[in-house]
Design a protein around this ligand. Sequence first.
Ligand code: SF4
Length: 312
Amino acid sequence: MTTILDVQQLFVHFSTSGKVIRAVDGIDISIKRSETLAIIGESGSGKSVLGLALLGLLPANCTVDGIVQYRGADLLTLPENELEMIRGSKIAWVPQNPAGAMNPSMTVGSQIGEPISLHVEKNRTTVRKKVLELLQFIRITPPEERIDSYPYSFSGGMLQRSLIAMGIAGLPELLIADEPTKGIDIMNKQAVSALLQILRKKGITLLVITHDLAFARNLADRIAVMYSGRIMEIRERKSFFDGPLHPYARGMLRSLPENGLHPISGRTRESDKYDGGCRFRFRCTYAIERCKVEPPLIALPEGAAVRCWLYD
Ligand code: SF4
């Protein structure tokens, strides 16, 4: 499979109140065409900032450095007008918080139709027909009645599915979804999961950012674990869930209800307090003297990698 997006040494630093927050701190990751990669990690690990950085969606008070290679171009150095043409038509972003992400003064149908008019088809009758098809596809029915509804009349799950419809409306080849199951009930989670499964089978490349391990387990081909702005482990989905390697990843799985709900003790250290050691060592029960030096991402067979001295 060819690589569709290649991220090299990506850094995102925020300056606030005299501190430098290293939200993303040297990420290398690539996504192959038609694969589904899930980036998992707890809140504050930097995974959403990573997603926003890929498409130049971060505010001006942050510094973004590195390379985001897409079809021979580095997205980080493209002029805004060229990046605009890629957003929505080639790579689409599905934000979290669907209630806040939709415009309350526009109908859901108009919002889904916008990327179609911009990137696919200008004829208004055809755009409306395509929106109706998309509403049917995301199981918001009857579409003829729902197309002119405003976001306030939709449930959280319906809004989430509408955001996904907006994402795919411009026919992108890569869809980046940020926490698509956050804040919705179990029925709607299943509906979102089923919808993304269909897109996956249609060959759309998916980058899914989530803290929902069950969701990632059902959907992804590969799993990347983020902690404190770093990738800690990257593996094929089945191998990962059969036996995660990194102590943090093992802790994440132990904290699941089916594994006894054992939380990981301690808290993530603030990034301005890093001292050059392994970022997980103050919470790690395996820490040794050597962990005072941060390990690199150690390559393992079959494209896997783990950032832990236990595997050196
Ligand atoms: Fe634990 Fe050391 Fe591995 Fe870090 S490098 S996860 S502290 S064993």
